[in-house]
Ligand binder design. Structure first.
Ligand code: NAD
Ligand code: FE2
Length: 451
């Protein structure tokens, strides 16, 4: 992957070259792999482990929902018991907008921190990576750090506790951040951004709403499928992608309908991580290329955009990937290896559509407008053709036809193209929390106890 939700203007220009660079970087450079703690209580065990590393003061980066739900408790207790100071910055909002990351940078510096623990979904993890890169390279702005290996100095150490099972950012080389001024998303890529350790703690995921469970779960599925059917797949990424697909077919419906099922939550967390290990090396394809345009234009949640496009792009790619889809079908337990490949591949396509239906994913993109389609398709093709190892080439015309299939039934073709939704207003200011046991001065922003 490398380019989650990058928005249109950026995508049509900088992204192309960036994707190419990313591809080269991830194909030929060794990518570090974090030590991963798995299971109920893993976030507390991560805290105990980090406390032994001798950090002076840790910055915990999260969002206010995760903080309010009390998901930091095990981690912060373990840090305190281990005698490690920490401060909490819980102002991150979806897609990690630059102004909030800048507040996080100031907060890190004000409190003289020397490492970061990210607790949250992709937005908090990517904000953490961006803060880590920025504080280690003070001469460069976040916009200047966007791109490939733009920071000379190694980012400060990051540890990650994902609370969604989707992005895989806990093991990837990328940080995707939003630039509200340009209505664009930027990507910072550096193999040194991969967290040192991660905790996959299913107890933190039981409160994820079903719609977020569904969208983030299909994001992980799309990472695995696109990595597996793309041309950069290798035996390692195949192993990871197949494992992810098997786990997702077995567990996503359960996690969706029975959110407190710890076993299903844990398997989904593992699946997202495996998919992350696959796509950070083998990259993604047209599903992501198109979904990114929907994210940029209409602020469609990334997983939802992927889910809507996945069946259609797989159908188009079908003739080139029958053998690969057949392998995925067997791993998803949709058939057995002695069946004809084409039959298995068809079964896989049908199963993806059925999974979407079961998860309440719509077949249409409600905000899509016919007049927008040519520009969306052009940007998607540009993104894909300059960086993604797609299995079957798509012309812009074909891409337009595919996107047209998700127009809502009532969409009128003569409406003007300007009706895109504005992003939700960003929440204001950071809420800072200082470890009461170790606080030496009042935090610069509103201070309160951890939830
Ligand atoms: N770096 C990468 O490799 C990579 C890969 C994929 C996506 N991304 C990026 O990640 C971001 C999306 O991340 P995401 O899909 O994880 O969503 P997110 O981090 O934006 O979180 C979505 C919502 O779920 C809430 N939430 C998170 N955990 C929760 C929990 N346990 N219980 C209840 N609510 C919870 C959050 O508060 C938020 O409102 C995008 O910016 C995308 O571009 C990055
Ligand atoms: Fe994705």
């Amino acid at each position: 992957m490398i380019s989650e939700l990058l928005s249109e203007s950026f995508r049509t220009t900088a992204l192309g070259a960036a994707m190419k660079g990313a591809g080269l970087a991830v194909r030929f450079l060794p990518i570090p792999q974090p030590t991963i703690l798995v299971g109920p209580g893993a976030s507390g065990r991560l805290g105990q482990t980090i406390a032994g590393f001798g950090h002076g003061r840790i910055l915990i980066v999260t969002d206010s929902i995760v903080s309010r739900l009390g998901l930091l408790g095990d981690l912060t207790r373990a840090l305190s018991e281990g005698g490690t100071e920490y401060v909490v910055f819980d102002a991150i909002t979806p897609d990690a907008p630059i102004p909030l990351i800048e507040q996080g940078i100031d907060f890190y510096l004000e409190h003289d921190c020397d490492a970061i623990v990210a607790v949250g979904g992709g937005s908090s993890m990517d904000a953490s990576k961006a803060i880590a890169a920025a504080v280690s390279n003070p001469g460069k702005s976040l916009r200047e750090l966007a791109g490939y290996f733009k920071g000379l100095q190694t980012p400060v150490k990051i540890y990650a506790v994902p609370t969604t099972a989707g992005t895989g950012s806990e093991v990837t080389v990328a940080a995707v951040i939003a630039d509200p001024e340009r209505q664009a998303k930027l990507v910072i890529v550096d193999t040194r951004l991969v967290p040192k350790m991660a905790a996959l703690d299913p107890c933190l995921m039981t409160g994820l709403p079903p719609a977020v469970t569904a969208a983030t779960g299909i994001d992980a599925l799309t990472h695995a499928i696109e990595a597996f059917v793309g041309k950069w797949a290798n035996p390692y990424t195949d192993d990871m992608a197949l494992s992810a697909v098997g786990l997702i077919f077995e567990n996503l419906r359960v996690a969706y309908s029975e959110g407190t099922n710890l076993a299903a939550r844990e398997k989904m967390a593992l699946a997202a991580t495996y998919a992350g290990l696959a796509f950070t090396r083998a990259n993604v394809g047209y599903v992501h290329a198109i979904a990114h345009q929907f994210g940029g234009k209409y602020h469609t949640p990334h997983g939802l955009a992927n889910a809507i496009m996945l069946p259609l792009v797989l159908k188009y790619s079908f003739p080139a990937i029958i053998d690969r889809l057949a392998l995925l079908a067997v791993r998803a337990k949709l058939g057995t290896a002695d069946e004809p490949e084409e039959v298995l591949a068809e079964k896989f396509l049908d199963a993806v559509k059925e999974l979407n239906r079961d998860l309440g994913i719509p077949a249409f993109l409600a905000t899509l407008k016919e007049p927008d389609i040519p520009a969306l398709a052009a940007a998607a093709c540009h993104e894909a053709h300059t960086g993604y190892p797609v299995p079957r080439y798509m012309t812009q015309g074909v891409c337009e036809d595919i996107i047209r299939q998700v127009l809502p039934p009532a969409a009128s073709s003569d409406k003007p193209a300007a009706a895109s939704k504005k992003p939700a207003a960003q929440k204001k200011a950071a809420a800072a929390t200082k470890n009461p046991a170790t606080a030496t001065k009042a935090p610069a922003r509103r201070a309160r106890k951890p939830a």
